[in-house]
Design a protein around this ligand. Sequence first.
Ligand code: FE
Length: 229
Amino acid sequence: MDLRALYPISYGLYIVGSRKGDKINAQIANTVIQVCSEPPTISVCLNKGNLTHEYIKSSKVFTVSVLAQDTPLNFVGNFGFKSGRDINKFENVKYKLGETKAPLVLEHALSVMEAKVVNEADAGTHTIFVGELVGAEVLKEGEPMTYAYYRQVKRGTTPKTAPSYVEQKKEKEADTKLAKYKCSVCGYVYDPSKGDPDNGIKPGTPFEKLPDDWTCPVCGASKSEFEKL
Ligand code: FE
């Protein structure tokens, strides 16, 4: 069995939210799909260890925000590499409570929707929740973020099998003197030729010249967590 057969499956990138009583949480997920149009029904597949999973089990409602392609890395990192058990993910984030009283994240979202769970399937480490829509709203026009774009372009971790790898190799040749560094926590690669524009770091800035208080734009890890590639 060649599991690389799974690599070309395409996904989007979403924030999935829920609540437990008055407590709210949300996380990054790439597994939202529409499963039925009449009535409009969506599904999401979440890891059983995640706090949002626990909340959906409890309240039987969930929300989805479809992220735009230009969503900054640290916004994804806030919802994706941190747990609501440790931090309040909604501090400094624009959101509102929906009809289900679950949080709809509005920032960097093209559209938002909320659903009531009508079915669920045990998938080993994960649960697939099936939800009938009770609300949906378009916030703005734009390109949605895909999981491939996030991994290859935003995080800079282009697999050798990806079509964009050739372009990356060309860039490398033009920029051989500057080493890339990889975050040991989340796998983000700092590429000096790209810098970290979201955080005011200009292209061409070597890793060594980054300010001491610079942190990984994805997960917030400090410079010392980075390894030279
Ligand atoms: Fe990181």
